[in-house]
Design a protein around this ligand. Structure first.
Ligand SMILES: [Zn+2]
Length: 187
């Protein structure tokens, strides 16, 4: 496995953590969308541990903590296990052709405990925007192909939830003017 620490052109470091929970994308599948999730966990370290545990059979390509720290758990070219039973744009099994990004956010679990949806901090949204910008450039993903888990599994899922601001994300991505990404390896 060649998952490595790397740095986006924005300077943000992507920390590598190897999840065992992935397989190959089916023959002929290419990456053409990004699915955004919330973790639904109150404690990020517990969510990360879950996604590193082979028993969970869960993973996403990227996890972003609410302080903006970005982790990569599965190589982009491999198939992570984040969307579950899903359908989008005329296709079943969205894991086959998507990149999954999990945002640390207590979601429904937090709402049930504290009465309201938790916010997405600006520092976290900025990290997401820089990652999305990088992925869009590397894989030629159109903006309308950046979607929520609720878009691909509408009867089961509501994440990233009502406090996720799509306009804010699009604005942040649009304000990033960097050359097309080339991956720099941290040594
Ligand atoms: Zn989700």
């Amino acid at each position: 496995m060649s998952l490595i620490h790397r740095t986006l052109n924005s300077g943000r470091i992507i920390h590598a953590r190897h999840s065992p929970n992935f397989n190959d994308r089916p023959e002929g599948e290419s990456i053409n969308c990004i699915v955004i999730h919330y973790t639904d966990y109150l404690v990020f370290s517990e969510f990360l541990a879950c996604h590193l545990d082979p028993a969970s059979k869960l993973s996403a390509h990227y996890l972003i903590d609410d302080d903006g720290t970005v982790y990569q758990l599965v190589e982009d070219e491999r198939r992570a296990w984040h969307a579950g039973v899903s359908h989008w744009n005329g296709r079943d099994n969205v894991n086959n052709n998507s990149i999954g990004i999990e945002l640390q956010n207590g979601g429904m679990t937090y709402k049930e405990q504290f009465g309201d949806w938790p916010p997405y901090p600006a520092v976290q949204m900025q990290a997401l925007a820089e990652l999305v910008h990088d992925l869009q450039n590397r894989f030629s993903i159109p903006t309308e192909h950046i979607i929520g888990h609720n878009d691909v599994a509408p009867t089961r899922k509501i994440d990233p939830g009502p406090h996720f601001n799509w306009d804010d994300l699009r604005g942040r991505v649009a304000r990033i003017h960097l050359p097309i990404s080339s991956i720099k390896i941290c040594v």
